[in-house]
Design a protein around this ligand. Sequence first.
Ligand SMILES: [Zn+2]
Length: 137
Amino acid sequence: MIIPITCVVAIAVIAFILGVRPKDVPAPEPVSPFQHLDERKAAIYENLRDLQFEYRVGKLSDDDYQSTKKDLQKELARVLAEVDKLKNGAASQPAAAPPPPAKAVAPAGMVCPSCGAKFAQELKFCGECGKPMKVAL
Ligand SMILES: [Zn+2]
């Protein structure tokens, strides 16, 4: 009676692992598409550097160099276009809120130190009280 019980236990364990584990294990962290593209971009830049080096030391013919360079530049343009597309997509998402406009502090020369009047541009003299405005130099 031991073997059938062991089998049942083994099957139960396997069923438990197969049935429960996938739900318990969190989904793998999605790799940032930017990271993926950055890596590709870096690889292309590296290839271009290598290509230039090999051409300079005379390992490559002019034709080989030009055609490979063109291919790499085409690939690079594609990656950059993809990055742009992703960036534009991310910008339209509400999560990526733009930083609040830093307009809270008016620069010197726009607020009268005497009467506190505010102006849209720097003035030498206050338009309200006529006293000299402090202009930062
Ligand atoms: Zn004033």
